[in-house]
Design a protein around this ligand. Structure first.
Ligand code: NAP
Length: 260
């Protein structure tokens, strides 16, 4: 299916690895020019080379997105390079897990400071360009935003805020011609999940493969998801094929979420 994304421009945060890198690869594969932000300049540079070698257009913008000035600077740099913005993918995130009583003020501030506030700031900066292009936003939230768990208070609260932001901007987007949607990944096999599996393996004193099997069984999912399975959903939501999808929350979680 041709998603008719060729020639359009996407901004992707957290694009140096994991889900964000998969999104960048997938959108570039659909013919979009991709502007990539994260801190790791080396990984971003490698991804730009990979996209360009495949005949695509990509631009690396190494930056710490928790700096309040960074999202607007990223948007301006991307517009300077590609001249327009059709899609913003807010994906960068790093929220600490753990016992609620052990999580610090700083960890709470960092969790919101990156994932939530970078998304707010990037949407604000890119919005006039999205209006001009009749473009869209896809926010990568997480199933923890819908289903609370004791070990995931920061991530749960941040993702819930992302989902509400999605609804608010979708409401504004009706008048402005901008579609805003969210994806809730479940357990996707990226570095974040590897860290979690390794901690569980150490706690249970079992090999990592056994810890992964037990974690998937505990979640009652057949397997962990692949980053490109989230990326494929982003490409669909970005395309005109999803032209009447506005303010939607799409769970890409292998059935993990059993509530409405
Ligand atoms: N994996 C899952 O199972 C899962 C489930 C639900 C939701 N999610 C959400 O999906 C998103 C991506 O997750 P992932 O698993 O792909 O995570 P990941 O592998 O840890 O990658 C996180 C990305 O965010 C970037 N990043 C982190 N801190 C940053 C900062 N201060 N400034 C700029 N970029 C920063 C990282 O790049 P640098 O280190 O180079 O800066 C990296 O590109 C996150 O928002 C996460 O909450 C993931």
């Amino acid at each position: 299916m041709d998603l008719e994304l060729a020639g359009k421009v996407a901004l992707v945060t957290g694009a140096s690895r994991g889900i964000g890198a998969a999104i960048a690869r997938r959108l570039a594969g659909e013919g979009m020019a991709v502007a990539l932000a994260a801190r790791d300049a080396g990984r971003l540079g490698d991804l730009v080379s990979e996209v360009e070698a495949a005949g695509g257009r990509a631009f690396a913008y190494p930056v710490d997105l928790s700096d309040p000035a960074a999202p607007a600077a990223f948007a301006a740099a991307a517009v300077g390079r590609f001249g327009r913005v059709d899609l913003v993918v807010n994906n960068a995130g790093a929220t600490a897990r753990g016992d609620f009583l052990a999580l610090s003020e700083q960890q709470w501030a960092d969790g919101f400071g990156l994932k939530f506030f970078a998304a707010v700031r990037l949407c604000r900066a890119a919005w006039p360009h999205l209006v001009a292009a009749r473009g869209g936003v896809v926010n990568i939230a997480g199933v923890g935003g819908q289903t609370g768990s004791a070990e995931f208070t920061i991530g749960g609260a941040v993702n819930a805020a992302m989902l509400n932001l999605t609804k608010c901007l979708a409401d504004r987007g009706v008048a402005d011609g901008v579609r805003v949607n969210a994806i809730n990944p479940g357990a996707i096999a990226t570095d974040r999940l590897t860290v979690r599996v390794d901690k569980l393996a150490a706690a249970l004193d079992v090999p990592a493969a056994e810890a992964a099997r037990r974690l998937a069984a505990q979640m009652n999912v057949a397997r962990f998801g692949e980053a490109d399975e989230v990326a494929a959903a982003v490409a669909f939501l970005a395309s005109g094929r999803a032209g009447y999808v506005q303010g939607a929350v799409l769970n890409v979680d292998g059935g993990l979420t059993r509530t409405l």
